[in-house]
Design a protein around this ligand. Structure first.
Ligand SMILES: O=C[C@H](O)COP(=O)(O)O
Length: 238
């Protein structure tokens, strides 16, 4: 992979369409999404080689059936988009989603508890989901909603997510205050180190932005504009 060096920053990789697709969670979380749109999303995920489809829990059984034996996995969201439910509710949602075929769970952290300094409770909310996922061989991404956090709170949230055993930290729901920024992604990568994933999501609409997120440290992109993002990508690696 080659890239154009940027002064004071990591080189922005010139990812090919296939390389970038393999990093993208092809996302449809709108409340009015229909089963027909989910079917279309799954077809597109297979055709383009996306990492996953990211959908609401109601559609996990449908997507799991459509993607059985295919490479893209089913990702769903837990306690989305607020993260304000009880720990037991997060666990119940996770259990149901895993039983229905989800292999990746994007759970919103309890943001208010983090801000209140109730760190043990934050870890408990997340660990309940992680424990269930690990038993099922599934991955957990903790959505921080970085637009609501100070830089120090982003660092802290990353540490607590790692302590809870999460596989990824993720910037945003796409339904809250602000989306992914390069600054937040860079900060999250520094906080979690090389062995935990960073998913940039929320407001990523084009190829150049997606590549900048990767340069900042993201190894997964969540986007509802995935097809527009791929449209800007070269066929072959530069
Ligand atoms: O979890 C992923 C986000 O909802 C995607 O946000 P987006 O619709 O702005 O791409």
């Amino acid at each position: 992979m080659t890239g154009v060096p940027q002064e004071g920053a990591a080189a922005v990789p010139a990812l090919s369409r296939r390389q970038l697709a393999a990093l993208i969670d092809h996302t449809l979380l709108k409340p009015d999404a229909t089963p027909a749109q989910i079917e279309q999303l799954c077809r597109e995920a297979v055709e383009h080689g996306f990492a996953a489809v990211c959908i609401n829990p109601v559609y996990v059984p449908l997507a799991a059936e459509l993607l059985a034996g295919a490479a893209p996995v089913v990702c769903t969201v837990i306690d989305f988009p607020l993260g304000a439910g009880a720990a037991a509710d997060k666990a119940r949602q996770a259990e149901a989603a895993l039983a229905a075929g989800a292999r990746e769970l994007d759970v919103v952290q309890p943001i208010g508890l983090l801000k209140a300094g109730r760190h043990r409770e934050v870890v408990a909310h997340l660990h309940g989901v992680v424990a269930l996922a690990r038993k099922a061989g599934a991955l957990v991404k903790v959505i921080l909603e970085t637009g609501l956090l100070t830089p120090e709170e982003i660092d802290l949230a990353c540490r607590l997510a790692v302590e809870a055993g999460a596989h990824f930290v993720k910037t945003s729901t796409g339904f809250g205050a602000g989306g992914a920024t390069e600054e937040a992604v860079r900060r999250m990568r520094a906080a979690v180190g090389p062995d935990v994933g960073v998913k940039a999501s929320g407001g990523i609409r084009d190829y150049a932005t997606a590549c900048r997120m990767v340069a900042a440290g993201a190894n997964r992109i969540g986007a509802s504009a995935s097809l527009a993002i791929l449209a800007g990508a070269p066929d072959e690696p530069a």
